[in-house]
Design a protein around this ligand. Structure first.
Ligand code: ATP
Ligand code: MG
Length: 564
């Protein structure tokens, strides 16, 4: 089966198939991913990246990376580098086709001259505020600018002098001369150029007039011979304008196709809001593991495979919707379940003494690295008289159906022995159990019960003298509400920030984790998936909880299928 066949289809692929049938682009498929280098990429961009690069791959075509760097005031080199890194990490390659809208500034300028000469563009002296006022509304037509009927000669002269830096910032614009009464506001003489005295990250001080996104975007696609300009829905009513520019210029005409952007529950995706979270210190940076950025997800322990699988599952649609973040979590769990080695780590330790185990004896016991994948082999974990278990795995007064450790009750220690609780030691001041005494059954090495007796509970543990101390960072959603923008009047999304989205705990890990390196991922048995954080030092390992084990998405799917 070819890549194409394995993917299934959707309305975008159907359009491309149709073009291939009719030969509109001679069978060529050439897409692009056009980020503005004014922030870090997020999971929404990942959807667009997977779509654009994925389609090119499936159809044996090409996908360009183009930085839409038309706004010199907001862009930074830092962002360009992070964008490259994130796309590569996701597993896509643009070869030598890395382009910048700024590479085309001269061509765009020449095309503007062409439009002026054709009487289709004019220099306007209205201020930005006046242009807004003249534009009209959805129900009222706009009013024509008093400068609309300048002669071609005057327009050419003024536009050249705008470029030469003769006029103050904001004093003049170049506008397309289309139709101030058009029902589509984008067609009401949109601005093509504005005067901005700012140093551009690539062109330096060469230019003091900058093309608007609307004037640049379609022409950039045309220059690169893009066949399918895939973009998000908000550009649907810009399409007539892009088509108009292309037709006036008589140049290669890509097909623009709009799809719904990704929205996720408990997540904000706007770059402005993400920047606010970073600048105002609500998170530690763009790569804070609670951020929906690609670098945040990477640090959190997400894999490119999981993100690509997520993008495939959500598909593309023509109407906006909100995807349950549980689906993203399901995708990473599914991937890590197959590939993450298991380890035993105790988050909230309770000391257990095994009274009948010989003092000073240490046994090395075999532990399977991944029951899903025997090829990942076996490691050895030390066992001795003194171990830690989770506080939660012991109850002095067990509720019904509590199969873990309790006075007189037997439990299996994963990969080790069966133990029975014989006694507890309490803190005289608080009455809290601080130590549990047990006996073990030497005939149950490895957790087997040779006599066939049933022991339902299995718990994880670590050897107390061998355990290494580590820090676990336990994350919850960054927002308390599925829709972070759901706030009372007068407040903004920050009112919904979850004050408990990060909890740091000191935990005890089995000694095999001693050499773990940043980026490595594990399943801590019964606890969750974790990834080693770059903050780790030789003295202290730091683990980020990637995702809990409980799969809420699987539950949702089950309920849905039962309802059907
Ligand atoms: P903002 O609106 O916050 O300024 P943007 O979405 O315009 O950001 P760009 O850098 O221009 O950010 O986006 C690059 C590409 O990624 C665009 O083609 C855009 O359509 C796509 N994209 C951005 N956000 C999403 C999203 N949430 N879902 C799908 N595609 C997205
Ligand atoms: Mg944009």
């Amino acid at each position: 089966m070819s890549v194409r066949e394995s993917r299934g289809t959707d309305f975008i692929r159907e359009i491309i198939d149709e073009h291939n049938r009719t030969g509109r682009f001679g069978g060529r498929v050439h897409t692009r991913f056009p980020p503005e280098p004014n922030g870090y990429l997020h999971i929404g961009h990942a959807k667009s990246i997977c779509l654009n690069f994925g389609i090119a791959e499936e159809y044996g075509g090409l996908c360009n990376l183009r930085f839409d760097d038309t706004n010199p005031t907001k862009e930074e080199v830092e962002y360009v580098e992070s964008i490259r890194e994130d796309i590569r990490w996701l597993g896509f390659d643009w070869g030598d086709r890395e382009y910048y809208a700024s590479d085309y500034f001269e061509q765009l300028y020449q095309w503007a001259i062409q439009l002026i000469k054709a009487g289709k563009a004019y220099v306007c002296d209205l201020s930005a505020e006046e242009i807004r006022q003249y534009r009209g509304t959805l129900t009222e037509p706009g009013r024509e600018s008093p400068y609309r009927n300048r002669s071609v000669e005057e327009n050419l002269d003024l536009f050249q002098r705008m470029r030469a830096g003769e006029f103050p910032e904001g004093s003049r614009t170049l506008r397309a001369k289309i139709d101030m009464a058009s029902p589509n506001l984008n067609m009401r003489d949109p601005v093509m150029y504005r005067i901005i005295y700012a140093t551009h990250h690539r062109t330096g001080d060469k230019w003091c007039i900058y093309p608007t996104y609307d004037w640049a975007h379609g022409q950039c696609d045309s220059i690169e011979g893009i066949t399918h300009s895939i973009c998000t829905l908000e550009f649907e009513n810009h399409r007539p304008l892009y088509d108009w520019f292309i037709e006036q210029l008589g140049i290669h005409h890509p097909q623009q196709i709009e799809f719904a952007r990704l929205n996720l529950t408990y997540t904000v995706m706007s770059k402005r809001k993400l920047l606010e979270l970073v600048r105002q210190g609500y998170v530690s940076g763009w790569d804070d593991p609670r951020m929906p950025t690609i670098c945040g997800l990477r640090r959190r322990g997400y894999t490119p495979e999981a993100i690509r699988s997520f993008a495939r599952r959500i598909g593309v649609a023509k109407t906006d919707s909100v995807v349950d973040i549980a689906l993203l979590e399901h995708c990473i769990r599914e991937d890590l379940n197959k590939r993450a080695p298991r380890a035993m780590v105790v988050m909230r330790p309770l000391k257990v003494l095994i009274d009948n185990y010989p003092q000073g004896k240490v046994e090395m016991l075999d532990a399977v690295n991944n029951p899903e994948d025997p090829s990942m082999g076996v490691r050895q974990v030390p066992f001795c008289r003194e171990i830690y278990i989770e506080q939660d795995d012991f109850r002095e007064v067990p509720p019904k159906k509590y199969y873990r450790l309790a006075p007189g009750q037997e439990v299996r220690l994963r990969w080790a022995y069966l133990i029975t609780c014989t006694d507890v030691v309490k803190d005289p001041a608080t009455g809290q159990v601080v130590e549990v005494h047990c006996t073990y059954d030497p005939a149950t090495r490895g957790g087997d019960t040779p006599d066939g007796r049933k022991v339902r509970g299995t718990i994880h543990w670590v050897s107390a003298p061998h355990a290494i101390k580590a820090e676990a960072r336990l994350y919850e959603h960054l927002f308390t509400k599925p829709d972070p923008d759901d706030v009372p009047e007068g407040l903004d999304f920050k009112a919904n920030i979850n004050p408990n989205s990060l909890q740091r705990v000191r935990c005890y890990a089995e000694p095999s984790l001693a050499g773990a390196r940043p980026g490595e991922r594990y399943q801590f048995e019964r606890v969750g998936y974790f990834c080693v954080d770059p903050d780790s030092t030789p003295e202290l390992l730091v683990f980020n909880r990637t995702v809990k084990l409980v799969d809420t998405w699987a539950k949702i799917e089950k309920t849905l299928s039962q309802q059907q």
